[in-house]
Design a protein around this ligand. Structure first.
Ligand code: HEM
Length: 246
């Protein structure tokens, strides 16, 4: 079946739906459901989101503070843009999590796509910078776990962005709206996995010679920021939106 309208998950009405429809992974049911009259932007700060926001800001301030307080080089753009990309991806997730009516989901998806478009621009420019830097300086590629995990992340991100865009805007390539909708949950689960991998990789970056000895990036600062992002974001996951088995 094909359709000209972008697919959305079946609409749910907060007042009429069974309580499990809005039950987050942790916390009280309804903590993160967007009220019909409330603005989309409020989703960025409802429920446990403020913890995630503090973590996101702390991550950017920790990385940018370390980089900018040492001598500038083109490579500096790699950590700056990667941490900015994580912050933008976080906003993309937080804005969409509490949506549940068809209209909220539609508007939320456009904002999600805009944040993720900017994040992808930051991430892939950061990748281009490190590759260029290594070629230019004659340094070998893939010298660390950070580098290997980084390539895994960028590959997953590429697939994630392609599937995310096409499942919504070009569902016919999956054989129609229903098939496209059936893969939303995989996109969600992989999104949460990729967010976690970003945090792991920035922590690994703080242990690289550049991170530890050159810019003095504090591992504890990155870890505390990452923990805040996790405890602010993951409890807002609605179980029924990510059920892959059964
Ligand atoms: C989610 C964020 C990040 C991702 C996905 C990522 C990804 C990558 C990748 C793929 C490489 C390997 C490039 C190559 O070998 O050609 C690399 C290298 C590097 N990155 Fe990152 N990076 C991230 C954040 C950071 C941050 C915040 C720093 C700053 C401390 C940093 C510092 C470095 C350094 C020094 C290298 C060269 C060392 C090596 O290749 O082993 N990265 N990164």
């Amino acid at each position: 079946m094909t359709s000209t309208n972008p697919p959305t998950d079946p609409p749910t009405d907060r007042s009429a739906a069974p309580i499990t429809e809005h039950e987050p992974l942790l916390g009280r049911p309804g903590d993160v459901a967007q009220r019909d009259e409330s603005m989309l932007a409020r989703n960025l700060i409802t429920g446990t989101a403020p913890l995630a926001q503090v973590g996101g800001v702390m991550l950017v301030v920790t990385v940018w503070g370390a980089v900018l307080s040492h001598s500038w080089m083109v490579f500096s753009l790699h950590p700056l843009l990667n941490s900015l990309g994580v912050f933008l991806s976080l906003q993309a997730i937080l804005v969409l999590q509490p949506t549940h009516t068809a209209d909220q989901k539609r508007r939320g998806t456009y904002v999600h796509a805009a944040f993720n478009g900017l994040a992808a621009l930051s991430f892939f420019t950061a990748l281009a910078i490190v590759i260029w830097h290594k070629q230019h300086s004659g340094i070998p590629h893939f010298e660390s776990v950070h580098a290997y995990l980084g390539i895994v992340i960028y590959s997953l991100l590429f697939i994630q962005a392609f599937v995310g865009f096409t499942q919504y805007f070009v569902p016919r390539i999956y054989g129609g709206v229903d098939n496209a909708r059936a893969i939303y949950k995989y996109h969600r689960v992989s999104g949460y996995i990729i967010l976690f991998l970003y945090l792991v990789n920035i922590t690994l970056a703080s242990k690289l010679r550049y991170g530890e000895k050159f810019i003095h990036l504090k591992t504890w600062g990155v870890v505390v920021a990452g923990v805040l992002v996790v405890i602010g974001t993951y409890p807002r996951i609605k179980k029924q939106k990510i059920q892959i088995f059964g």
